[in-house]
Each structure stands twice: as structure tokens, then as C-alpha cells.
Design a binder for this molecule. Structure first.
Ligand SMILES: Cc1cc2nc3c(=O)[nH]c(=O)nc-3n(C[C@H](O)[C@H](O)[C@H](O)COP(=O)(O)OP(=O)(O)OC[C@H]3O[C@@H](n4cnc5c(N)ncnc54)[C@H](O)[C@@H]3O)c2cc1C
Ligand code: FES
Ligand code: FES
Length: 488
């Protein structure tokens, strides 16, 4: 049985299949058709819904509201959460403030995308800093762009939609979800006291249980956020018979920081991973905010991105450059593998079939170390990288005492640029070293041409990223991207 709240209604679900999506369940089983299906692949945001879940902060239990794409979320992942759809926002024939603002600002024409935008705005309306953030209009606009980056509109244009979001947030006065939050918390606590049981959607509640299930059910697929796995169902029309869901395993959800490293449980969401990583590595924020969309970052996990082993995955180059260590578990045995030994070939890793990824240890920066991460893709929001370059440089005076550089999109796996590193290490970082580095880089990779970019473009871009890194370090006023030229 899968138990959750559909708005305030307790649901006990006993469906036979493990791979029914939340969108399918809403539209076909509940006949709630307010939530739309556009792409079915997480790219358009038409199917956005909001999940509220319990979070403990300093001993106080709160509700955390996150937008997700219902088309790429399986219903088993709803256990213990509150599912809120566009139908739930109106109250006593009064539109919710975000809906009213969309009407007032003419934010909708054909209306197909509108429920998705409304739900993304609703998640922002319940942002934890909702009461303070809105005093700073610039910060508010940035947050709005971030929250709406995963929603596409083909006819209205984004200006009225953005105006509506600004208006709703600046007139923020709370809503009926705030009024009933205590009873929602109690209802979710009651659900969480009951262990979820579904023969094909298994919910291990500890790493030991997960280890046992991995061995006992070798054909079951491990599911974290599902932002990769679900596409096998929605795009390739495959059946996924059995699922082992890792996102309720406490060991895989923890984040611990000590003097030397941050340890992320493999099922930590990309949103949480970003919040913690940027404290140690502030220059990675721009790249992390370009990972998918808000919905994808809320759903997707650090572990899913590593294990998926895509040559254009965004986190692996960063983790390679940072020399992260992976903890792989089989049964109750844990072994540590440097991520630099993890990728063996295209979509091949050193993880055995009976293992799972338990955690990722990311070293904290050594003294005088700077890390730069650059993502190059066709669109700013919600696009897969053509090339992604990460530079970890330790500089004493002007000399590079240590350098590790990794790229995505340049080979069959995310990979280090070892020839480039050899040229950089021990040398003074100046323009002539950059030129030598670019020559060395040509021997590191022989990229392919595909729909995202040609081999020539990739090679050129990788070289330019090295130049960009040097400019960023050496010239405080350097214009590094098109936006920097505005007004210049
Ligand atoms: C619209 C959209 C945009 C995207 N944008 C980006 C992007 O910008 N950059 C990018 O890099 N990726 C992107 N992705 C891909 C995807 O979001 C990421 O790879 C994400 O990190 C996958 O995490 P997940 O938890 O959803 O993985 P899942 O789909 O749950 O799992 C992926 C694979 O990893 C396995 N797995 C998961 N957790 C574990 C574990 N703990 N141990 C062992 N195996 C495990 C699963 O069995 C599966 O084979 C995008 C995807 C979508 C749909
Ligand atoms: S239908 Fe497009 S993101 Fe779900
Ligand atoms: S209003 Fe038509 S797609 Fe947005």
C-alpha cells in the first residue's frame, strides 16, 4: 500500500504496476485533468504539481513545498507526502493569489501551460524565505526566473507571467494551506508511522535493508528521483516490473560536513546538494542552477547523476576535478572507489550489479584553491550540456601548485584532461601557459559530433573555457559571457 494525501484527502493506493506515473494516475484514474501532459519527459513543465513533505529544522517540524514534474514521477514516490494539484488551489470560489495575479496580469492565452506555471509559482509562494525575500526586487526576480525556468509557454510570452509572479509574491499574505498546516503535518506524521508495502514498489527503510533487497531482487530497478529512469517508461514505452525506491533510506539522505569533506548520501536531491556545495565552492552555483530545472533539481539526485554515467552529465566532471570518493555497498559491506576510477567506458561503471551507491565524499577546498565550473548548452534553462568544463586550481602567488581539470561532452565518459593538467602543474599561470594548455588539450580528447554540437565546436569550446578560466582569475572586470556586455 502506498499512502499519501491528495490535498487533504488520505489516499491508500493498491495499484498493481510499479511504473504508473503521478500524471497518469491523476488524469486517468482520478479524472483530474487540470494537470496537463505536454512532453512526457520533464522538459515543458505543463504537468507540474507540488509535493509537501515533512522537514525537521532545529527540532521544529515544518512542511517543505517543492515543484516536481508529475509525468516523470512514479506514484510510489508519493508515500508520506502531500500531493497538491492545480485543482486544490481555489478556496470557497476564490482564486489563489497566484491564480488571481495571472488573471490580473493577462498571463495566459491558450492556457495549456498555465496550470504548470501556477504550480511553480505556488511552490515559490511557499518558499521558506517567502516573508523576507520579496523585499529585494532583484533577488525576487532571480528567484522567479529560477522557479519558472522549467515551464515553457508558447503563446503568452514570459513578461506578463513574470509580472504576475512578482505581484503575487509582493502581495504575499499567506493562504489556506498555511491555515491548515498543523493538521497536514499531523496527517503526514500518522502516515509515516505506517510502513509502505507494495510487492513491486519496494521501500527499504535502511541501507542494510536496501543491501538485502538488491541481492534478493536482482531484476528490480533502483529508483531515486526517476528523472532518468522514468524516461524508459514514458519515451521508450518499456515496462519496469519491480522497483526498489532509495529515497526513503535515511543513510542515503544524510549530509554531513567535517573539517575535510562533505559527505552526501546518494539520494540527496540536486537542490540540497547545490545548497551545500556552493558554501564550499561558490563558483559552482551558476553551473548548478543550470542543471535541468527547479522541478528536475528537486526530484533528481546526486547518486542518480553519477550512476547514470552519461558522458554529458553535469556533476561527474565537477566530482572528478574535486577527486570525490564514492561509497558502494553490497549487502552490508561498503567499499570506497575514487570517482576517477568509476567510469570505465560509455555508460559502464565500476559498480557491480549487486551493489548500490551509498554516498559521495567531496573534499573541502585546500588553501588557495579555486574551482570554476562552466556549462555550455544551447539554452540557458533546462538544457543538457554540449560541453562542461571544471577547473580546480591551487595557486601560490601566480604558480599553479596543483591543477585538476575535467570535462563532460568531450569523450565517451566524463573525463579528466590529464595532458592539460601536466602542462599546467608547477607553472606560472599566464597567457603563454594558456596557449600551451590549449595545445595539450587537443591531445586529451577526440570528441564526437552529434545533435548537440560538432567535434570541432566542442574542441574549440573546451579551449575557450581554459581561456575563460584564466581571464576570470586574472582580470576582475573581464566580460565572460554575453550578459556581461549589457550596457558596455
Ligand atoms: C528535463 C530533464 C532535464 C535534465 N537536465 C539535466 C542536466 O541539465 N544535467 C544533467 O546532468 N542531467 C540532466 N538530466 C538527467 C537527470 O535529471 C540527472 O541525471 C539526475 O541526476 C538523475 O537522478 P535521479 O535521482 O532522477 O536518477 P534516477 O532516474 O532515479 O536513476 C538513474 C539511474 O541511476 C540508478 N540509481 C539511482 N540511484 C542509485 C543508487 N543510489 N545506487 C545505484 N544506482 C542508482 C537508477 O537505477 C538508474 O539506472 C535531466 C533530466 C530531465 C528529465
Ligand atoms: S509533460 Fe512536459 S514536463 Fe511533464
Ligand atoms: S498560454 Fe499558451 S502555451 Fe502558454
Amino acid at each position: 500500500m502506498i499512502r499519501f494525501l491528495l490535498n487533504s484527502t488520505p489516499i491508500v493506493l493498491d495499484i498493481t504496476r510499479a511504473d504508473v506515473t503521478v500524471l497518469q494516475w491523476l488524469r486517468e484514474h482520478q479524472l483530474k485533468t487540470g494537470t496537463k501532459e505536454g512532453c512526457g519527459s520533464g522538459d515543458c513543465g505543463a504537468c507540474t504539481v507540488v509535493l509537501a513533505s515533512l522537514q525537521e529544522d532545529g527540532g521544529k517540524v515544518q512542511l517543505e513545498y517543492e515543484s516536481i514534474n508529475s509525468c516523470i514521477t512514479f506514484v510510489g514516490a508519493l508515500h508520506g507526502k502531500q500531493l497538491i494539484t492545480v485543482e486544490d488551489l481555489e478556496r470557497n470560489a476564490q482564486l489563489h493569489p497566484v491564480q488571481q495575479a495571472m488573471v490580473d496580469e493577462h498571463g495566459s492565452q491558450c492556457g495549456f501551460c498555465t496550470p504548470g506555471f501556477i504550480m511553480s509559482m505556488f511552490a515559490l509562494y511557499h518558499h521558506q524565505d517567502a516573508h523576507t525575500l520579496w523585499e529585494d526586487t532583484h533577488a525576487l526576480e532571480q528567484k522567479i526566473e529560477r522557479y519558472l525556468g522549467g515551464n515553457l509557454c508558447r503563446c503568452t510570452g514570459y513578461a506578463p507571467i513574470k509580472r504576475a509572479a512578482i505581484k503575487a509574491m509582493q502581495n504575499h499574505a499567506g493562504d489556506h494551506f498555511d491555515t491548515v498546516s498543523q493538521s497536514t503535518i499531523e496527517a503526514l506524521q500518522e502516515i509515516q508511522r505506517q510502513v509502505p508495502m507494495h510487492p513491486r514498489f519496494m521501500h527499504p527503510m535502511s541501507a542494510a535493508e536496501l543491501g538485502g533487497m538488491r541481492i534478493q531482487y536482482p531484476d528490480a530497478r533502483l529508483l531515486a528521483g526517476g528523472t532518468d529512469l522514468s524516461l524508459e517508461v514514458t519515451q521508450q514505452l518499456k515496462d519496469i516490473g519491480s522497483i526498489i525506491y532509495v529515497k526513503q533510506v535515511p543513510e542515503l539522505l544524510s549530509i554531513n560536513t567535517n573539517d575535510t569533506h562533505i559527505q552526501f548520501g546518494a539520494a540527496v536531491s540536486l537542490t540540497r546538494c547545490m545548497q551545500n556545495l556552493i558554501v564550499a565552492y561558490p563558483n559552482t552555483e551558476n553551473m548548478m542552477l543550470r542543471f535541468g530545472s527547479e522541478q528536475v533539481r528537486n526530484q533528481g539526485t546526486i547518486g542518480g547523476n553519477i550512476v547514470n554515467a552519461s558522458p554529458v552529465g553535469d556533476l561527474p566532471p565537477l566530482l572528478l576535478a574535486l577527486n570525490a570518493q564514492l561509497e558502494l555497498q553490497c549487502g552490508d559491506q561498503v567499499r570506497t572507489v575514487p570517482i576517477n576510477d568509476f567510469y570505465l567506458g560509455y555508460k559502464q561503471t565500476a559498480m557491480r550489479g549487486d551493489e548500490f551507491l551509498r554516498s559521495v565524499r567531496v573534499p573541502l577546498p585546500a588553501a588557495n584553491t579555486q574551482v570554476f565550473a562552466y556549462k555550455i548548452s544551447k539554452r540557458i534553462d533546462d538544457d543538457i550540456s554540449a560541453v562542461l568544463g571544471v577547473f580546480r586550481l591551487q595557486l601560490e602567488d601566480n604558480t599553479l601548485v596543483d591543477a585538476s581539470v575535467a570535462f563532460g561532452g568531450m569523450a565517451a565518459t566524463p573525463a579528466r584532461a590529464l595532458a592539460l593538467e601536466k602542462v599546467l602543474c608547477g607553472q606560472i599561470f599566464n597567457e603563454s601557459l594558456v596557449a600551451k594548455g590549449i595545445a595539450a588539450l587537443a591531445s586529451d580528447f577526440a570528441p564526437i559530433s552529434d545533435a548537440r554540437a560538432s567535434a570541432h565546436y566542442r574542441q574549440n569550446v573546451a579551449a575557450n573555457l581554459l581561456k575563460r578560466c584564466w581571464l576570470q582569475l586574472s582580470k576582475a572586470d573581464a566580460c565572460l559571457q554575453v550578459g556581461d556586455y549589457v550596457g558596455g
